[in-house]
Design a binder for this molecule. Sequence first.
Ligand code: HEC
Ligand code: HEC
Length: 86
Amino acid sequence: MNSRVKILVYNALFLLFCVGLFLFLWYAPPETTARLPHDPDHERFMTMKKKEAEKFCIECHGAEGVSPLPEDHPPKYRCLFCHKRE
Ligand code: HEC
Ligand code: HEC
């Protein structure tokens, strides 16, 4: 192939890749992770700094707490990165 054709082919491939990526992100499933609930247990964390707030989660959600995490819970550093506040 001469180099102009090559460049054209590479550009076309790149474009195809971008379109594919765009479609992939567009159709990605909506976020389903539970948000931090608005209730007396959690209300005070809504305005606290994230790092401050996360120190308290384990008091109730640790193995001994009132609402332990499920066994198949994903890695649990930084609770509020996944369980968003509104
Ligand atoms: C005072 C105890 C307590 C503390 C502290 C606490 N939680 Fe909870 N949390 C609960 C209880 C009890 C439930 C289950 C009942 C409910 O849904 O309100 C719960 C439920 C949840 C749920 C599930 C909501 C759902 O829709 O199923 C999430 C997510 C959660 N807590 C995150 C957190 C995070 C993050 C922190 C730290 C910032 C935290 N909790 C601190 C007691 C607590
Ligand atoms: C990497 C993301 C991630 C992090 C970090 C994380 N979680 Fe979760 N958590 C999830 C997912 C995913 C689920 C299960 C799906 C859902 O929320 O409905 C879950 C489930 C839960 C549940 C049970 C919700 C229910 O419906 O029964 C509680 C409570 C909870 N997490 C609290 C916490 C606490 C407290 C921390 C920090 C110590 C934490 N999570 C950190 C992603 C995360």
